[in-house]
Design a binder for this molecule. Sequence first.
Ligand code: AMP
Ligand code: MG
Length: 409
Amino acid sequence: MLSVEEALEQVLSRVSRLGAEQVDLLACLGRVLAESIAAPCDIPPWSNSSMDGYALLCRDTAAATPESPADLAVVGTIPAGSVAPGPIRGGEAFRIFTGAPLPEGADAVIPQEEVEVRGAGIRLRRPVHPGEFVRPVGEDIRAGETALEAGQVIGPAEIGLLATLGRSRVLVFRRPRVAILSTGDEVVDLGGDIAPGKIPNSNTYALMAQVLEAGGEPMNIGVASDNRDAIEEHLQRGLSADVLISSAGVSVGEYDLVREALNRLGAELHLWQVAMRPGKPITFGSMRGRPVFGLPGNPVSAMVTFELFVRPALRKMAGHPALHRPLITARALSPIPNPGHRRGYLRVTVTADGGEYRVRLTGNQGSAILRSMVAADGLAVVSPDTTIPEGGEVPVLLLKPLREGKGRA
Ligand code: AMP
Ligand code: MG
């Protein structure tokens, strides 16, 4: 039996990053930059005022005190979006607004609340120092400087910076297209009739959502009944995808025909017994150059094996620097038993309380109990035949953003 680490290593060693494509700015959110981006100009492009006030020459104010103020003539106004008609001269000030460029020669701004307006002039009672309330040219980024590196994940701040740099299209790594097949005579798709003995197809939708969340593009290739031809026919629809995932029908039961159908389509497959619970049997291989995963049918097993093996592979293909979920150390609020001989990935709620993470089992850990995944914030990783006692520490893979305070835990 393979360890989770060995199986993951085999998966990751067989997938590689996809090519790049030009994408509209906003569509880059969450994707990975495939080019390094140098600033075409200084940002900001000119020194500008950080306050509403008066631009001036500091030397005119050097001797100003409360008793002996300096008077300056206001010779013009510079609203944001305009420029001064000419340079500033000795004894002059310009009315200036936040974001407006300093007039040529001016070296500081005094905020409006610090001056007395006297007719067509202003009176100051302190010296102003060079650079006061000025945002210097290039203080954010210098022309030619690398503003964003290839391999960076694009979030809202990166989008803002790209817009500042004038980029409406950006080169990012391609998102893997992932075809998803469900199999089983008992499985009925959404909208179908759930006759006695049948069950609704949940795996396709949970897996498509996981693909989206991992940064891939899901493609539903339907539900195939348990016969070779149907499965093969459905799989054909997935040949335009970068990755193929099927769920169910991969153990050694009588109706487990997915492997045979994949083999007939030219796949080279390995059935692995992975030392984990839930989700012991998984199939992995390649078919005409694309990775293929056969996940277990039980809804929780399918989702957990996706988390552990498929998600890191998709992230690698999309160029993400971080392949794995955060692994935190948490304290058990009640005992967490793992009686089996395989490593347990147990569904837990996670709360952050006073700088400490606390976890509690979500309840029934059966691999068909989808509500335990709904309740779970993370997966506690517990060695075989081990019980984490109340108050004991346990590593936890975080699946969802943390809730502060007591929460549900
Ligand atoms: P199998 O791996 O085919 O033996 O399936 C294991 C369990 O998962 C069975 O109880 C199936 O009914 C269930 N199952 C298989 N496919 C799906 C699906 N698409 N949605 C929900 N449950 C499924
Ligand atoms: Mg089945």
